[in-house]
Ligand binder design. Structure first.
Ligand code: NAP
Length: 521
């Protein structure tokens, strides 16, 4: 099967054989994808010319209804998506739910938020500002939807969530979407977009999808567009330094990789509630989606005196995690998505091992119900670094799989300094029953992170998880994490709006402001 792309209002196939999408358990080829022969520049322009005006004609409230309708259409086909996520990404049921229901839930969340913006067609910041002695002359800060296209380049690990968390915000803002999922796992994105297009919910040009490499995107952006990129730091650099991206100054938001930290507080004791919650969370982060989450815990920092106890508890819990073919109901961890990802994880592990000892993951490994030669498994591997201050690789190399390094710290300041060695991360978590330590930690690591999760026994059951991105909360991180920011409720709309100061007669400004909604919704 050749996957087509949805451009210029119709489905078109690439003209060459394309890249193969495979089942990472069986090695079977599932489909091929190519964008060769598709005029990417013309397709982007179609979105700008046809989709943009149609979306801007609508109010935020009307566009919010579109998001709700998309979520409904996807929910109706939910079962088929689980099968695709299993076949093309090797997802267990839980892994698939994070991706698929995460995408649908984010659409529903922005549908609800957007409804509150009602009939408005612009957003405003607070009250008018007086500029001079002349009281009748003032300024209004207004934000209006961009007139270009929202280019969404996504990573292979979330073919559903990555697509919809970005599309929900751009469509609500009134900006047409040009989606480019990662080729290796785009079967799910393709099917979901097809269902939405077939349901006839969106104006022509509002949503385009390219399945295949589409490397011409960066040469075809214009200053009115906005690129939201998720993927590796290397690709982010390629995009940032692209001459057209640089010369047009197009908006570029980068969500890249990071060496996320989980800190066990100095107050924890083996068998205590925070200790147990910590161990459960680290194992969940290592094994969920086979560790292929950008937010996954890569560095587990524990008080030096507790490192043996934590290592033992993690080893015991990991021993109970069955790894293999997710078609087997007992399996809790599946493969990574491809042979090339398997090779990349094993290569990164090789480098990490030069500074660490293997606690678990080095022994004989046989996946359940799968041929290890054809399949793309990496065993859950816990490493231990005894001298994290003197080490470098453990703070720099992201093994994008079920790999985590346990390291000791000597006192809070040491823990915060080690967390900062990641060079900027998406998420950190702190497991403590001590409110003073919690406050100290938030102040100590906040500037290096996009999100800090604080867990004590009282929120242990209801907390949403270290690695789960919630649409209410900002997602992104400084430095190595890309320096970007997505989601975070209505704040997210800012990326797809131009904020401008309008200066003039107060009564006219008040009329303009009357047609705009407050960001607070
Ligand atoms: P990748 O190799 O950088 O690819 C990401 C996307 O960029 C893919 O769609 C890829 O297309 C596309 N791409 C590559 N070169 C391009 C170019 N020159 N112009 C336009 N598009 C280009 O990353 P990946 O291997 O898919 O994803 C894994 C990485 O993503 C990990 O490092 C992970 O930490 C990070 N990640 C970050 C987040 C976050 O939210 N911060 C979320 C998920 C993953 P093709 O597939 O066609 O090559």
């Amino acid at each position: 099967m050749k996957l087509s792309s949805f451009v210029n209002g119709s489905w078109v196939e690439g003209t060459d054989a394309g890249e193969a999408l495979v089942d990472p358990v069986t090695g079977e080829e599932l489909a091929r994808a190519s964008t060769v022969g598709i005029d990417i520049g013309a397709a982007m322009d179609y979105g700008r010319r046809i989709g943009g005006p149609a979306l801007r004609e609508m109010t935020y409230g009307e566009r919010a209804k579109l998001l709700g309708a998309i979520a409904e259409a996807l929910t109706a086909n939910r079962e088929a998506y689980g099968e695709i996520a299993l076949a093309n990404s090797g997802n267990t049921k839980v892994d698939a739910a994070i991706d698929i229901d995460g995408g649908i839930g984010t659409l529903q969340f922005f549908a609800r938020l957007g409804e509150r913006l009602g009939d408005a067609r612009a957003l405003k910041d607070g009250r008018l500002d007086r500029l001079s002695r002349e009281e009748s002359f003032q300024a209004l800060h207004l934000s209006v939807p961009l007139r270009g296209i929202a280019v969404h380049v996504n990573a292979f690990n979330f073919p559903s969530w990555g697509l919809w968390e970005k599309a929900a915000v751009a469509l609500l803002a009134g900006v047409p979407v040009f989606a480019k999922p990662a080729t290796a796992t785009c079967l799910l994105s393709h099917r979901m977009v097809k269902d939405v297009i077939d349901a006839g919910l969106l104006p022509d040009g509002a949503l385009s999808l390219v399945c295949g490499s589409a490397r011409e995107i960066s040469a075809n952006v214009i200053g009115r567009d906005a690129i939201a990129f998720t993927g590796s730091a290397d690709t982010a650099t390629t995009l940032r330094t692209d001459p057209n991206v640089a010369s047009t100054n197009v908006r570029l938001n980068v969500e890249a990789d990071s060496l996320n930290t989980a800190i066990l507080g100095p107050d924890a004791a083996p068998g205590g509630p925070e200790f147990d919650l910590y161990v459960r969370e680290v194992v969940k982060e290592m094994t969920q989606k086979a560790g292929q989450k950008c937010t996954a815990i890569r560095r587990a920092l524990v008080p030096a005196a507790l490192i043996d106890a934590v290592a033992e508890a993690l080893e015991a819990r990991l021993a109970g995690t069955k790894t293999g073919n997710p078609r087997n109901e007992d399996v809790r961890m599946g493969p990574v998505v491809s042979k090339s990802q398997q090779a990349a994880v094993l290569a990164a592990l090789g480098k990490l091992k030069s500074e660490t000892q293997v606690v678990t993951g080095d022994g004989d490994f046989r996946p359940l119900d799968a041929d290890p030669e054809r399949a793309c498994f990496v065993p859950a591997t816990l490493l231990r670094c005894t001298d994290p201050k003197g080490a470098a690789a453990v703070h720099e190399i992201e093994a994008f799989g079920p790999v985590c390094t346990l390291m000791p710290y000597d006192g809070p300041e040491d823990a915060f300094a080690l967390a900062a060695r990641g060079g900027g991360s998406l998420a950190a978590s702190v497991f403590t029953g001590d409110g003073e330590f919690a406050k100290h930690a938030v102040a100590g690591i906040g500037a290096d992170h996009g999100r800090v999760l604080v867990v004590d026994s009282s929120v242990g059951r209801g907390q949403t998880g270290h690695g789960i991105v919630m649409p209410q909360c900002v997602h992104g991180g400084p430095g190595r994490a890309g320096g970007g920011e997505e989601l975070g409720g209505l704040r997210a709309l800012g990326f797809y709006h131009q904020r401008l100061a309008v200066q003039g007669r107060v009564d006219w400004l008040e009329e303009i402001a009357g047609g705009a909604a407050e960001w607070s919704g």
